[in-house]
Design a protein around this ligand. Structure first.
Ligand code: IVH
Length: 686
């Protein structure tokens, strides 16, 4: 039976023209409707309306909230887009310690576990609930009177990091428990945040296209996405969550874990859909075997099952050890591994010139995927594992999707080749190879075709200049035909250059030239990111743009000034200074400018229209206790609003502090909404 969320939905939708409902009623109605469809889509996986219909509801709510910012609340579905970047993640003490689990791989160990349970409980039959062991990162969620008020990472088990605003961006996580299901006044629940495999691959593709380093596995991707200071980044990442333990419930708790999961589901929380109640340990082992067989068909990565004594009173009787409950165990799958031979070790050259040794393997199937290459990361790693051409090795995909060489398998009597050593010269351009610790790099810079191609692809990528049609293949053509030898050359391309290239006709030539032209006006953060300076990705580029406002200010800043900025450490500042000190880099920037490139001295390229204060104008009068004027201005601007100095009929809010001046009178005269400092704080920190 499908649950019907929010039974109290008005049967006949109120219109937005105000004739039949106030904006407040309409906003509330839209929120309930959107929550209902979020639940059907993200939790139940059974949508009832088209994406277009959903988008219409969402846009209407955004518009109404923009027109009535005083009606904006933190639990509105529109607030899932993320909030103001934080300086650091706060600390949260968990209500109960977040324990870990003992784990086993062998079925004989699970039999021993069952024996132990029976012995301690003095019974001859124990029922278990068995569910996936999700491979993500565990979080604690706290709901007060049905509202999500706090979410935190596990941390050291006692204290974790406050990631509430980041968690709010996860669509499958209800910001409200279902009001018609009598949720408890207080609920602390534990769950796992992870990424589905398909989404993980797509994310990694996008990341590598930008020339950034891919995540090694979905778990790292989920952790990296959730533990972000800028929740807009989290919002753009495809995270999902599943809840598997109620830690504290104010109401009478259900008597079994199975029913507890049902209760969580009733309250609107996503719970494991793949779970089984097993009356005997043999049923547990059978479920484990069945699950291992379908493991590769599951849309997400699991590394085993969790077996939990079902009865709550028995759980309490069994209690806890110092780090784990006695009543549960992780019954893991054996890692997926295969044996093969290293046929060659080659060296690939990345966008920033980094040389990476890669093992070419005799193709082998590991857990359903054919593996023929495995990265060896760096020279130290090759030496540590002592991998040489001709060696027999064990390749593993344990939870990880990217295969790794786990170890070398010595073969008695084998004669081995020479140890691998990094080349002295770049395998692509022949320039000398430089070295920083374990990292080797080509010193050829833009003179190295591999680096040049990588730099141009990165410059043109979506997150940077976003030049459509300038992908890997076209870049290779342009460079290989000698048409482009620097970023500036892109803006010197003409129809005559492109038309003779394979795959180019009238239309595609015009489109590419237009896209290149269109990229000439670019936001500062995108341009900075596009330069491909080591350590300067999308986020740091935004931080720099926001702080300095112009490219020249960044180019002229010394290390001390750069390091005075939050989040800019010694490595980033050294990298920036050395990049801009390099004559050839400055020359390319000059050339780009003289070819007509306009680097907008805007603050950020965040989609301003989505920000909560988009279109709102603020005027300040009087002194503020909590903020300097500059801080207050920055807060407004970060959320898409603007600050002006005089009150007019276009002003949305006048913020009146201590001893306000004549602007307050002006506001009253024009009936403009006046906010106290407290109200302002609530508005900018929803
Ligand atoms: S129960 C006191 N259930 O596995 C209860 N944990 O190695 C402890 N995990 O830190 C947790 N799926 O992050 C539980 N269905 C599941 C789980 C699960 C994944 C994680 C959890 C824990 C780790 C232990």
């Amino acid at each position: 039976m499908p649950h019907d969320l929010f039974d109290n939905l008005p049967p006949d939708p109120p219109t937005s023209d105000g004739a039949r409902s106030s904006p407040q009623e309409r906003i509330e109605w839209l929120r309930q409707k959107i929550r209902h469809h979020d639940y059907l889509y993200y939790v139940k996986d059974r949508p009832e309306i088209s994406d277009a219909e959903y988008d219409r509801l969402f846009k209407e709510l955004c518009d109404l909230e923009s027109a009535h910012p005083d009606l904006l609340t933190a639990d509105s579905p529109t607030q899932r887009v993320g909030g103001m970047p934080l300086a650091e993640l706060g600390k949260v003490r968990h209500e109960r310690p977040m324990l870990s689990l003992d784990s086993i791989v062998d079925p004989s160990d699970v039999l021993a576990f069952d024996q132990r349970m029976k012995r301690e409980l003095e019974t001859d039959q124990v029922e278990y609930t068995v569910e996936p062991k999700f491979d993500g990162l565990s979080v604690e969620l706290v709901y007060e009177r049905g509202r999500l008020v706090r979410g935190s990472t596990r941390g050291d088990g006692t204290t974790g990091e406050d990631v509430t605003i980041n968690l709010r961006t996860i669509r499958s996580l209800p910001l409200h428990l279902r009001s018609d299901s009598s949720p408890p006044a207080h609920l602390a629940v534990r769950g796992e945040v992870y990424m589905k495999l398909e989404d993980f691959h797509a994310l990694n593709r996008a990341i590598t296209e930008r020339g950034e380093e891919a995540f090694a596995n979905p778990r790292n991707a989920a952790a990296g996405s959730l533990r972000q200071l800028d929740s807009h980044i989290t919002a753009s990442r495809p995270l999902v969550i599943t809840c598997y333990e109620a830690m504290a419930v104010s109401a009478q708790p259900p008597t079994s874990h199975w029913e507890e999961l049902d209760a969580l589901a009733d309250w609107g929380l996503p719970i494991p859909s793949h779970r089984r109640r097993c009356r005997t340990i043999e049923e547990v082992i059978a479920f484990h075997r069945e699950t291992e067989e379908v493991r590769d068909d599951l849309p997400y990565e699991i590394d085993g099952l969790v077996v939990k004594v079902n009865r709550r009173d028995w759980q309490e009787q069994l209690g806890f050890k110092s780090r784990s409950p006695r009543w549960a165990i992780a019954f893991k799958f054996a890692p997926r591994k295969e044996i093969t031979v290293v046929q060659d070790i080659v060296v690939s050259v990345g966008r920033t010139g980094t040389l990476t040794p890669v093992a070419l393997l005799r193709p082998v199937e590991v857990g359903g995927v054919t593996i023929s290459r495995a990265t060896l990361h760096n020279a130290d790693e090759v030496a540590r594992k002592d991998i040489r051409v001709g060696d027999t090795v064990k390749v593993e995909r344990a939870g990880d999707v990217i295969p790794a060489i786990a170890e070398r398998i010595p073969v008695p009597g084998e004669s081995r080749s020479e140890p691998f050593s990094m080349p002295d010269h770049c395998p692509v351009c022949g320039s000398a190879v430089g070295r920083e610790g374990a990292y080797y790099y080509c010193t050829g810079q833009a003179g190295c075709v591999a680096q040049l191609k990588g730099a141009i692809e990165h410059f043109a990528s979506k997150q940077a200049l976003n030049i459509e049609g300038l992908g890997k293949k076209t870049v290779a053509q342009l460079v290989d035909h000698g048409l482009v030898g620097s970023l500036a050359d892109l803006y010197r391309l003409t129809r005559d250059h492109l038309m003779p290239l394979e795959g180019f006709a009238e239309k595609s030539t015009s489109l590419l030239l237009e896209a290149i032209q269109a990229s000439k006006t670019v936001a500062l953060d995108r341009f900075l990111m596009g330069l491909g300076i080591r350590q300067v990705g999308q986020h740091i580029a935004k931080v720099l743009a926001r702080e300095f406002g112009s490219l020249d200010a960044i180019m002229n800043a010394d290390e001390a000034r750069l390091r005075s900025v939050k989040e800019i450490g010694p490595e980033i500042s050294a990298s920036l200074v050395s990049y801009f000190r390099e004559e050839s880099n400055r020359r390319v920037i000059d050339q780009l400018r003289s070819l007509g490139m306009v680097i907008e001295e805007r603050q950020t390229s965040a989609p301003a229209a989505f920000l909560p204060l988009a279109g709102k104008t603020f005027v300040f009068t009087g002194g503020l206790d909590r903020y300097s004027r500059d801080d207050a201005k920055r807060l407004v601007e970060q959320q898409g609003g603007t600050v002006t100095s005089s009150v007019s009929k276009h002003t949305s809010f006048v913020v009146a502090g201590r001893d306000p001046g004549s602007k307050l009178d002006q506001a009253h005269k024009l009936t403009i909404r006046v906010l106290t400092e407290q109200e302002f704080t609530e508005l900018v920190n929803p």
